[in-house]
Ligand binder design. Structure first.
Ligand code: IPE
Ligand code: IPE
Ligand code: MG
Length: 245
């Protein structure tokens, strides 16, 4: 399948809603946490595959604002897993020239988690091949409200005039200010919803829904998503004839 991918038409940015860990574990008669642990293997494979292909930005939805409402046991396990995974994988990221970045309400993460994350981000800050962006304690409505508050404050202080508020200014106040919008958004586990992820940024993204539960997501599934994307006509409001000419 890899040979069929047109490397000159790769999405620059792929975003993934990694869903289905709990169901995967349940199918095996195990605790949900077992699913999260196995989800890490799919993360590793997806990151490697994306970097090998030449994808420049990969955003993974790892923990939403709403996920704080899960049972304490599961939340704690996810935070522990995040710490141990970052600790284990930082060297691989460095060896592969991958930069780690994060979006979300990072201040709400436990201090151990924040520290580990910051260290890994600092260590990999010079890496250029691909940015791996983790969405942590992230929700799009939170991000948008945050941007609105900052813009309102800047207007109040007369640093910005209302007439200057446009798409590019708004973009610059989002956590994703330094990244292009994703051309492709993948969600696994068969659910077809956005769950408060990158609402502004996916205005024109191609959506791809995979039936695979996240821990089962492999190289081939990423190739399949990219091939599907490459078969689509992105019209941005224009007609098919305009796009062809
Ligand atoms: C995705 O898997 C991981 C996180 C949201 C942290 P889930 O834990 O949502 O798995 P399901 O959807 O319950 O199967
Ligand atoms: C979305 O998955 C969040 C992440 C993948 C981190 P959820 O499993 O939390 O989404 P909903 O609540 O079922 O829509
Ligand atoms: Mg889920």
């Amino acid at each position: 399948m890899k040979e069929k991918i047109d490397l000159s038409k790769l999405p620059r940015h792929i975003a993934v809603i990694m869903d289905g860990n709990g169901r995967w574990a349940k199918q095996k008669g195990r605790l949900r946490v077992f699913g999260h642990q196995n989800g890490v293997l799919a993360v590793r494979e997806t990151v490697e595959t994306a970097a090998e292909l030449g994808i420049k930005f990969l955003t993974l939805y790892a923990f939403s604002t709403e996920n704080w409402n899960r049972p304490k046991f599961e939340v704690n396990a996810l935070m522990e897993l995040l710490i141990s995974t970052i600790r284990k994988e930082t060297k691989t990221l460095t060896d592969n020239n991958i930069r780690l970045e994060a979006i979300g309400d990072l201040d709400s993460l436990p201090s151990g988690c924040r520290k580990e994350l910051q260290e890994a981000m600092d260590l990999t800050a010079g890496n250029k091949r691909m940015s791996l962006i983790l969405a942590l304690s992230y929700s799009s409505k939170w991000e948008i409200l945050n941007a609105v508050k900052k813009i309102a404050t800047a207007v109040e202080k007369k640093e910005i005039s209302v007439n200057n508020i446009n798409e590019s200014l708004f973009n610059s106040f989002l956590c994703t200010a330094n990244f292009p919008d994703p051309e492709l958004l993948i969600r696994t586990s068969g659910e077809q919803r956005i769950s408060n992820f990158l609402l502004w940024q996916i205005a024109y993204s191609e959506l791809y829904f995979s039936e695979k539960l996240w821990p089962d997501f492999r190289k081939e599934d990423l190739y399949a998503a990219i091939l599907d994307y490459q078969g689509r006509e992105r019209r941005f409001g224009k007609t098919s004839e305009q796009i062809a000419s």
